[in-house]
Design a protein around this ligand. Structure first.
Ligand code: 5GP
Length: 118
């Protein structure tokens, strides 16, 4: 199976600002930040999307949240607040087929994503 862009980042084949790594998840800065802090937290296992998760993935999926809390604490925003987003599939706007959680912080965030007008 072709490696995803995020697997290449985790392995160091593609350079990134890796800010967290453990046995289940890794985190790095988004290349096109949408907020003062925009971090991607990804499962080390290249699960394509939430549409493909299995019970055996629960530990990794739970770790996305504990890693998010740790990263938010390190950034100094855990109390003030932030937004976690997981896009799923084409209609959800997912571009990279490797499960990841966006952590957006550092400013008041705008509204949630409503359907695009056709
Ligand atoms: P999605 O739309 O799949 O939920 O989010 C994919 C995210 O990956 C986007 O915010 C995009 O900016 C980010 N991204 C795509 N390619 C790269 C890359 O090569 N490096 C990093 N650090 N982020 C990337």
């Amino acid at each position: 199976m072709e490696e995803t862009i995020f697997t290449k980042i985790i392995n160091g084949t593609i350079p990134s600002t890796l800010i967290y790594h453990d046995d289940l998840v890794s985190a790095f800065a988004d290349i096109a930040p949408k907020a003062p802090h925009h971090i991607l937290i990804v499962t080390n296992k290249p699960i394509p999307s939430v549409a493909h998760v299995e019970a055996e993935d629960e530990a990794a999926l739970g770790r996305l949240f504990t890693a998010a809390r740790k990263i938010a604490t390190d950034l100094g925003v855990n109390e003030k607040g932030y937004r976690l987003i997981v896009n799923v599939g084409e209609d959800g706007g997912q571009e990279v087929p490797h499960i990841h959680m966006h952590l957006l912080a550092g400013d008041k965030l705008g509204g949630m994503g409503f359907p695009q007008s056709k």
